[in-house]
Design a protein. Sequence first.
Length: 95
Amino acid sequence: MSGADEVVHHILIVEPSRTLQSVCAAQCEAFGLRPVFCEGTVEALRRLTLTRVSAILVSLEHDDLPGTSLVSALKCTRRFAAIPVAILTSRADTS
């Protein structure tokens, strides 16, 4: 397959911390994914109308809406329901 025929897989990284964005981007790029960044969940919803993504990595904690609200909105929307989503958190497991 030539370079022109390669499929580019974008991953939407929804994370307010620039440091964590950088860490996540490095890991995603190592697997051949091209990161697209959003700092908030509302921005992510807007970006999804403009950019086709293969997966979403979303932080649980945001200033605008929690990451779980974004996931709920995506799963209720036919266009986005099949996109795989992983939730990222720095919360300690207290169980």
